[in-house]
Design a protein around this ligand. Sequence first.
Ligand SMILES: [Zn+2]
Ligand SMILES: [Zn+2]
Length: 268
Amino acid sequence: MPLTLTSLGSASALPARNTYFTAHVLNIRGRSFLLDCGEGTQLRLGQLGISLGAIDHVFITHLHADHVFGLLGMISSMHLLKRNAPLYVHAPRGLEKLIEFYFDFSGKQDPSFPIIHKVVEGTGMFPVMDGGEALVSAFPLNHGVPTFGYLFREKRVRKSEPRSVAYCTDTAPFPELAGWVEGVDLLFLEATFLEKDLESAQNYKHCTARQAAQIALDAGVGKLLLGHFSSRYKEAPAYLAEAREIFPDTELSTESRTFSVPRRLIAT
Ligand SMILES: [Zn+2]
Ligand SMILES: [Zn+2]
């Protein structure tokens, strides 16, 4: 059964030509999980043929605009489509105020479906969801506001190793991170800056491509995906060259690219 991660957008805080804000769809054995929900996410889902009805769980890393401002538009559309099924939004504390604000002042009635905010907060690695397809854990990142990375580990796999995907944005490097994502098959890690702008990365609490690659190397991951690129650079390939010097199995998680994690059979 497939396990794929699809990029809906790769931009960071400011829009740039031909890019969209950060969001990804993780598909585990036919079930879709939305990771972050930047502005325009519902349009990107439509462009890629992914139905809003397929989204039951959204995982928000933090409440900066480029990760969450698509949520209200998506919820509004779900309401207009008369959705019944609950929508679970895993996000740091404070998200509920954003949703309440919208429904209080938009002149709409209550949403046609339950919106269940599962507050994500904690230290170390802690469980977030025990679903049919995957166990999901979270861990704090280092970004100046409450921000969490998510680790998805496949469940109930016969004759093959459970596959795993970690999603980490936004964050500066910190010592525990490599340990928390150790050995995952696929690591999505932000690389907002290039090493020549290390000072900006430190000031805004982001990673450079080189730092992201070093974390992937330290963690021994299968493949590194970079995203959340600054609009200051015109050429994305510079990220790739910088990261591959340290971690060769790196790819850019740019718009509409899908990455698969193959099954690995257990040797007997
Ligand atoms: Zn961001
Ligand atoms: Zn941020």
